[in-house]
Write a protein that binds this ligand. Structure first.
Ligand SMILES: NC(=O)c1ccc[n+]([C@@H]2O[C@H](COP(=O)([O-])OP(=O)(O)OC[C@H]3O[C@@H](n4cnc5c(N)ncnc54)[C@H](OP(=O)(O)O)[C@@H]3O)[C@@H](O)[C@H]2O)c1
Length: 268
């Protein structure tokens, strides 16, 4: 069972951060849509279990590719592999994490890891698949940014900054690939039920109202419907969040500052 088998006639999708949360859901829904899968994350056991499950359920090839994408060797080896495969139809840059606390108190290594994972890895992987997609005049690249990409908040300095990079990276790339048959998307979800907040030991029942939570199923469905249906470059799942982003983009800086002081501790 290997997606590197060029004999497969199914299109190939690569999902980073596939072992949990949104990445797991992307993998599931892409398998439903008939894609072979290359599943990437650090937890090899979870990836293999998911690959076997999806292969059995949907009759696709699914391969686990365990890698730490915050490490130079992890991201570069995968990028080389994708380039050599030359048949990636969908790339989902999804792997990511958040941290809790002000920059001055956080370990510098952890913050550097975030920049490698959120900035360098998506850039290298996108660069690896892009020429093949342009040549074949077909391909989709989705990078999972966040509603946080539209704001800046204390305790979230590098998270907001790296998510803004991801969104702007996709927006600018969309202009470059216009007319080539390649579509790119910056997916900007708000609070979504995954392992993201648990990994930060944030109590999800405190401070974030229940109406604010989205399901991974819904976020991924809106993303893929847009990606395969000529949707916008920036996809913000849920009407409420589209309203939040509209307000963030148009409110004066001083009002935004006041709101950040008051609500800025929430992480999305
Ligand atoms: N949940 C939300 O509220 C929310 C809102 C907006 C945006 N997002 C974004 O959505 C994306 C997915 O997060 P999620 O909510 O699905 O969180 P999650 O459930 O914690 O999943 C994160 C995934 O990233 C993988 N990952 C983390 N570090 C990695 C590394 N160094 N190398 C390779 N893979 C790594 C994890 O797998 P391993 O541990 O096995 O490596 C896991 O598969 C992130 O980019 C996040 O910023 C989330």
């Amino acid at each position: 069972m290997t997606t590197t088998n060029p004999a497969s006639l199914r299109p190939l999708a690569v999902v980073t951060g596939a072992s949990a949360g949104l990445g797991r859901e992307f993998s599931r829904q892409l398998a439903e849509r008939g894609f072979d899968l290359l599943l990437v994350a650090r937890d090899a056991d979870r990836l293999r279990a998911l690959a076997d499950e999806l292969a059995l359920q949907h009759g696709v090839h699914a391969e686990a590719w365990p890698a730490d994408l915050s490490r130079d060797d992890g991201m570069r080896t995968l990028a080389e592999h994708l380039k050599a495969l030359d048949r990636v139809m969908v790339l989902v840059n999804n792997a990511g994490f958040g941290t809790k606390g002000k920059l001055a108190t956080r370990p510098v290594g952890e913050q550097a890891t975030m920049l490698e994972l959120h900035v360098m890895a998506p850039m290298l992987l996108t660069r690896a698949v892009l020429p093949g997609m342009i040549e074949r005049r077909e391909g989709r690249i989705i990078t999972v940014a966040s509603v946080a990409s539209f704001t800046a908040s204390p305790g979230n300095v590098n998270y907001c900054a790296t998510k803004a990079y991801q969104r702007v990276f996709m927006e600018a790339l969309a202009m470059e690939v216009a007319g080539t048959g390649v579509q790119v998307q910056a997916l900007c979800p708000g609070f979504t039920h995954t392992e993201f907040h648990d990994r930060m030991q944030i109590d999800k029942t405190k401070g974030i109202p229940s109406w604010a939570w989205l399901t991974a199923d819904r976020v991924v469905r809106e993303s893929l419907d847009a990606a395969f249906g000529d949707g916008p470059v920036v996809v913000i799942p849920g009407k409420r969040y589209r309203g939040v982003v509209f307000a963030l983009r148009h409110m004066p800086m001083w009002v935004r500052g006041l709101m950040q002081e008051r609500y800025g501790r929430a992480r999305i």
